[in-house]
Design a protein. Structure first.
Length: 81
């Protein structure tokens, strides 16, 4: 069973409440997505740690309901939003 964009965004925002999340369906099949996540909670974390935070927010759905997710993360600058 595929996940929709809103479900993915909701899961990420539950873990990273200040996050700005932009999700694209790459193949139009509900299984291949790209997500850009911007959060101040990434401050001081490596890209690997940031990506792990996003994967953890998906609560085990990655590889099951969600087949593929390309992640881009950015640290939110304290002077914006």
């Amino acid at each position: 069973m595929a996940m929709n964009l809103k479900e993915i965004e909701t899961l990420i925002k539950e873990t990273l409440p200040d996050a700005s999340v932009e999700i694209q369906d790459l193949a139009g099949d509900g299984n291949h997505y790209s997500a850009t996540v911007i959060s101040s909670m990434f401050s001081g974390k490596s890209k690997i740690e940031q990506h792990k935070m996003v994967y953890k927010s998906l609560k085990g759905k990655m590889g099951n309901e969600l087949h593929a997710l390309a992640i881009k993360t950015k640290e939110r600058d304290g002077s914006t939003n």
